[in-house]
Design a protein around this ligand. Structure first.
Ligand SMILES: *Cc1c(COP(=O)(O)O)cnc(C)c1O
Length: 656
């Protein structure tokens, strides 16, 4: 879509109040004016009392350790006064916080918090469970494993723990660590068959050489780990210990990268393929794993989405050069533009190349967009057809987005951030893998023998989470918050899905309004949304009319953004609206896209230079549930564009 003045008058016809009001959503959040304060207060007090009773009923025969008159002692009073003073200072300082709850905040990926999750988090905090193991969190570890299953269902993975190939997921501090966990698991899985060969195990049906062993399709690698577990299970006790030690000694996790590749000289350190728009956590992950940032190869894009042809060419080159690939990353909801990669094409390419001897994992970074999948799920877990979903929207979902979501079940692992579109408190990220059987490769003391009568059931097996996650101690309260939220709002279109539906509609309204803004202000500024967003992040490019220089346009947008950002020197109340900024990388657009955008903006691409090699954009996260206020008939998106028009005109007239 190019919002040129000559285009459709969609912006005039669009009515954001068309969609029926969702009364259920009124109870979901504390709200912009904190109107549900009584509800939250009742819940917090009720369950704090409950916690108090719990303490009092634990060995009520124990005498009071704190005397009933303790509160009269001067030291007690002094301590209380000091605590109170510091809390007041903190509370006062926090008034400078970012008003994420307000529909005037359309900056970064944060918004109001879902009440059930917030209440569950507060309720659980005084119990302070540590999800490192069941010994310190007998209740919340189970909830965390169940959250993994809830998310697996949303993504289209098998979520029945009685199935051998059931998915598994766990929480992390955020998407960054979840992405790191994906890299760790993929590397363990890739290198393990090589270790089995090196250990000289005979009858497991091992690949004929190191290259083949290092390039198994992840499904085959999983099957091999499974066979190895069965083989061990039937071996005698002493054989089992001997063989297990031998294999452990050959594993990459034991040898380290240097030694492993020295022992297997026909293999090279594998590459990670990720799109130009991939989050910087991928670079961090490659460094952390010791692969080096140099192994992260950026895939060329077209319209901010992976270009399947370019990916194909990269894979051909890898195959030709015998350059192994660890993983291909597809992004569901890019951090900066909300675009969705063709996950279906990424999966299809993997099938073709694995068949030709270049096997690797496919991971979807859905830290941002993961919860959009709720829109695509029926209550029974089945996928909704595109035309049915499309009835509720103007153009969402595009066939590409629908195909991408439909292909999620074929991928190997996914990152989802409950603390983003799950509207939950930080830090709640999640890692989910399609088939749980390879998680033994991540544990400190690998135990592959999960067969036979002594095999622990699924839930029991994962009660020692600390064994396989990157972290150690971890908040059980976060797990409780995510679990309760998913119970109150199941992850399907009839429940949780109403939230993303609302934000996608807001994004469609934003697009219509952007078109009208471009038309109404064409005398002073060229404006456009550079490409159709697939979800609810919307970028806006602006260039003062008559200007051809990228440097001038960038300086102009930066000035606008300075007004729209948090400035710790001024009270937040002074601000009318909040937006964020990002840059448009020419290499993420493709030639054609670049030409189109520069032409519409009236910019000369020859003015791109070292200092201004990218175009600065305003970026808007449209996740606030109250952007369209049905109660009062107010659209904060309209108000934002009115505000923007005023500011653009004032800045250009030099009367700011
Ligand atoms: C936010 C984000 C991350 C990082 O997640 P954190 O929770 O901030 O660690 C990774 N990938 C994508 C696509 C993201 O949007």
């Amino acid at each position: 879509m190019a919002a040129t003045p000559s285009e459709s008058d969609q912006g005039d016809r669009h009515d954001p109040f068309d969609a029926p009001r969702q009364h259920m959503l009124d109870a979901c959040f504390l709200g912009p004016y904190a109107q549900n304060d009584t509800l939250l207060e009742k819940l917090v007090v009720e369950f704090l009392r409950d916690h108090v009773y719990w303490r009092r009923n634990f060995h009520p025969e124990d005498p009071l350790a704190i005397s009933t008159t303790a509160a009269l002692h001067p030291d007690y009073l002094a301590f209380e006064a000091k605590t109170r003073r510091e809390l007041h200072l903190l509370s006062a300082a926090l008034k400078k916080s970012v008003p994420f709850h307000s529909p005037r905040y359309i900056g970064h990926m944060a918004s109001d918090l879902l009440l059930p999750g917030l209440a569950a988090q507060i309720l659980t905090l005084p119990y302070n469970p540590n999800n490192v193991t069941e010994d310190t969190a007998p209740v919340t570890v189970d909830l965390e494993v169940k959250v993994g299953l809830q998310l697996a269902r949303m993504l289209g993975y098998a979520n029945d723990p009685s199935r051998p190939d059931c998915a598994f997921g766990h929480l992390t501090s955020g998407g960054t660590v979840a992405n790191y966990q994906a890299l760790r698991l993929a590397l363990a899985q890739k290198a393990f068959p090589v270790a089995l060969r090196a250990a000289g195990i005979g009858d497991l049906g091992l690949p004929e050489d190191d290259w083949a062993a290092f390039n198994l399709h992840p499904r085959e690698a999983t099957a091999l780990v499974d066979r190895w577990g069965r083989w061990l299970a039937q071996a005698s006790h002493s054989d089992r210990r001997r063989w297990q030690a031998r294999v452990e000694g050959e594993r990459l996790e034991q040898r380290g990268l240097v030694d492993f590749f020295a022992v297997h000289p026909t293999l090279k350190v594998p590459k990670v393929l990720a799109p130009v728009t991939a989050h910087y956590s991928w670079s961090k992950g490659c460094k952390l794993l010791g692969l080096g940032r140099g192994q992260l190869e950026r895939l060329t894009e077209r319209g901010m989405r992976i270009d399947p042809e370019a990916m194909e060419a990269t894979l051909e080159r890898c195959l030709r050069e015998r350059q192994p690939v660890l993983m291909a990353v597809a992004v569901l909801g890019t951090t900066e533009y909300g675009t969705v990669d063709p996950i279906d094409a990424v999966v299809a390419a993997r099938e073709r190349f694995a068949a030709r001897g270049l096997g690797y994992a496919v991971h979807v970074d859905a830290a941002w967009g993961g919860y959009l999948a709720t829109l695509f799920r029926n209550e029974d877990g089945s996928l909704r057809p595109r035309d049915e979903i499309a009835r509720d929207f103007e153009s969402f979902p595009s066939p590409g987005v629908h195909a991408a979501i439909a292909a999620l079940g074929e991928t190997d692992s996914v990152t989802v951030d409950p603390h983003k579109l799950g509207y939950l408190p930080y830090g709640a990220g999640a890692f989910v893998c399609r088939d749980h059987r390879t998680t033994a490769l991540l544990t400190e003391a690998a135990d592959y023998v999960f067969h036979g009568e002594a095999a622990p059931d699924y839930m029991t097996r994962y009660r020692r989470l600390g064994q396989l996650i990157p972290e150690g101690s971890k908040s059980g309260a976060a797990a409780a918050a995510v679990y309760v939220t998913h119970r109150v709002l199941p992850l399907d279109q009839a429940h949780f899905g109403r939230l993303p539906a609302q934000t996608v509609r807001a994004a469609e309204h934003f697009r219509a309004r952007a078109q009208r803004f471009a038309r109404d202000n064409a005398d002073v500024v060229h404006a456009l949304m550079p490409f159709d967003p697939d979800s609810n992040l919307a970028c806006l490019a602006l260039n003062p009319a008559g200007n051809r220089s990228v440097a001038v346009a960038n300086a102009f947008v930066r000035r606008l953004h300075d007004e729209l950002r948090i400035d710790p020197r001024h009270p937040v109340q002074d601000k009318q609206f909040f937006a964020s900024a990002t840059t448009l990388k020419p290499e993420a657009l493709g030639e054609e896209g670049l030409r189109r955008i520069f032409a519409t903006l009236g910019l000369d691409s020859a003015t791109l230079d070292e200092d201004n090699d990218k175009l600065v954009l305003l970026r808007h996260t449209l996740m606030n549930p109250y952007l369209i206020d049905h109660e009062n008939g107010i659209s904060y998106i309209d108000l934002y564009f009115d505000h923007l028009a005023l500011r653009v005109r004032a800045l250009l007239a030099g009367t700011s």
